[in-house]
Ligand binder design. Structure first.
Ligand code: RAM
Length: 335
């Protein structure tokens, strides 16, 4: 009887071990390549992605190039192809330059998606978008317009000149600026701080020097807006040069509290990584292919649907959130 019991126990254990290893195999290896290292926004993205992959029982491979360039990302994609990962999620440093590497990955059966900064539709199966691009671009112009009292020179401090997300938002800003209401607002320059803190600081200083009458800066990058916030604070330009854009509450709380930036917008960067993790999983297990109308459940974020956008498809995280002096203290601890 005892022997029979031990025998059954062994059999049960063997089956459950077999089950575990099969589950681990199908759960797969999921890679995330962010734009660059040293940016807390990207670190939050990685955090959310790793959380999702842990929940689905897979292995997360997190990569951040030292510089925000396409070349650095291409090398990483090639390594991941050689490692035969199951999925690659990428925040692209260029919309087109990654196409040969990403299409090669897809031909080898690797599921490819972009998040945060889209690669072109041929280079991906689906894009995970943080928020409506038109709304972001138009809201930033409307914001600075109000802050500068409806007239004066403004400049944009962006990330890299190739970043698809910033370039799309800037296109919408320029469309909004065409409205008659903005006749007295002049966009004097789009500067690029490359999502590097020091370069963003020096670009802000150069803007102030070149345009002594500058009334406002829009920085649609968390690195750029924090750098501009520091420069404007150090130079005590509160009320002279206004600032808005897309910022991390943890980095911007100081400049919202001291009145340098009246308000700014962002989404939850942890959630965008998390949504990308679940999207990658849904592609790998065949739940979705990335076509319009596909639906799946993205963990805590609930049901998500694939929609059409500019020749490709995407999944939307949600609406951008407005941060100001009234709510910044509760958010600065979160991200
Ligand atoms: C920077 C990056 C990122 C962008 C945010 C708003 O951290 O450029 O891609 O989405 O800003």
């Amino acid at each position: 009887m005892k022997k029979l019991f031990v025998g059954i126990l062994c059999l049960v254990m063997m089956i459950s071990f077999a089950g575990t290893s099969a589950a681990a195999q199908t759960a797969g290896r999921y890679a995330l390549i962010v734009k660059s290292a040293g940016n807390p926004y990207n670190e939050n993205e990685m955090k959310g992605f790793a959380k999702a992959i842990k929940e689905i029982g897979g292995t997360a491979i997190l990569k951040a190039p030292a510089e925000p360039t396409a070349e650095a990302q291409i090398m990483m994609i090639e390594q991941l192809i050689a490692q035969r990962v199951d999925a690659i999620a990428i925040a692209g440093n260029d919309p087109d330059a990654l196409q040969p590497a990403l299409t090669k990955a897809m031909k080898r059966g690797i599921k490819v998606l972009s998040l945060d900064s889209a690669v072109n539709p041929q280079s991906r199966m689906v894009h995970v978008n943080q928020a409506d691009s038109e709304k972001i671009g138009r809201s930033l112009i409307q914001g600075i317009y109000e802050m500068i009292g409806g007239e004066g020179q403004i400049a944009i401090l962006s990330a890299t000149s190739q970043a698809a997300n910033q370039n799309t938002w800037i296109e919408w800003m320029k469309k909004e600026l065409k409205k008659e209401k903005y006749n007295k607002v002049e966009l004097v320059k789009v500067a690029y701080g490359d999502d590097l803190r020091d370069k963003s600081v020096s670009e802000t200083e150069a803007l102030l020097k070149s345009y002594p009458n500058l009334r406002g800066i829009i920085a649609p990058t968390t690195v750029g807006i924090a750098a501009a916030g520091k420069v404007l604070s150090d130079k005590e330009l509160k009320g002279k040069v206004e600032l808005t854009g897309l910022g991390l509450p943890s980095e911007m709380a100081e400049y919202i509290t001291n009145g340098i930036c009246d308000w700014m917008y962002l989404w939850n960067p942890i959630d965008i990584g998390y949504l990308a993790g679940y999207t990658a999983h849904a592609l790998v297990n065949g739940e979705i292919t990335g076509k319009v109308g596909d639906t799946f459940t993205a963990g805590d974020l609930g049901k998500k649907e694939v929609i059409a956008v500019g020749g490709g498809t995407e999944i939307m995280l949600g609406a951008p959130f407005k941060f100001d002096a009234g709510n910044i203290d509760e958010w600065k601890e979160v991200y």
